[in-house]
Write a new protein. Structure first.
Length: 167
């Protein structure tokens, strides 16, 4: 029940912040400090997710736990700074043209949809490990890890495409 409520809260918070008019206009000179923090947190989460996978394959449980909890913490911090950034700046329009435009949106769409799904999946996965239900943890982690990795990596790609020179 707590996971469902927290997931619903996050979903509503993201929807609300995207509907609010930004207090300052998005800068065309490049990413804000919060946007740079966002991409660093997202990339860091992806690195720790990958390391956590390597450690569990080697049966190094303590290192796996450390990496996965670090990834969870980084993703949680990302969510907070993401909400702060969008409350200040609003949505940043993609300015690329040609074949990059459909490529950008083909990455952005699954990124956004899976980002919404990853919140309850990550919460359930961490909860099951935390409570010692390792069989259930493994069952859901098989799906959570690749989706979470995709969200982290695609978030970095979206950032790079938004702020690349000439876009």
């Amino acid at each position: 029940m707590a996971i469902a409520l927290l997931s619903a809260f996050v979903f509503v918070a993201v929807l609300l912040v995207m509907r609010v008019q930004p207090s300052t206009a998005a800068s065309s000179t490049g990413p804000s400090v919060l946007a740079r923090i966002n991409v660093a947190l997202n990339a860091g989460a992806g690195v720790f997710l990958a390391l956590g996978y390597v450690f569990i394959q080697k049966r190094k449980i303590a290192q796996h736990r450390f990496c996965m909890l670090t990834a969870f913490g980084l993703s949680s911090a990302f969510l907070v700074t993401y909400l702060m950034h969008h409350a200040q700046v609003g949505s940043v329009p993609y300015r690329g043209e040609g074949w990059l435009r459909p490529l950008y949106y083909s990455i952005l769409l699954p990124h956004v949809l899976l980002a919404a799904l990853i919140v309850p999946l990550a919460l359930f996965t961490v909860y099951r490990a935390w409570t010692g239900n390792i069989v259930a943890h493994r069952r859901i982690a098989r799906y959570t890890l690749p989706l979470w990795l995709f969200v982290s990596v695609s978030g970095v790609i979206v950032f790079a495409m938004l702020y690349a020179p000439g876009s």
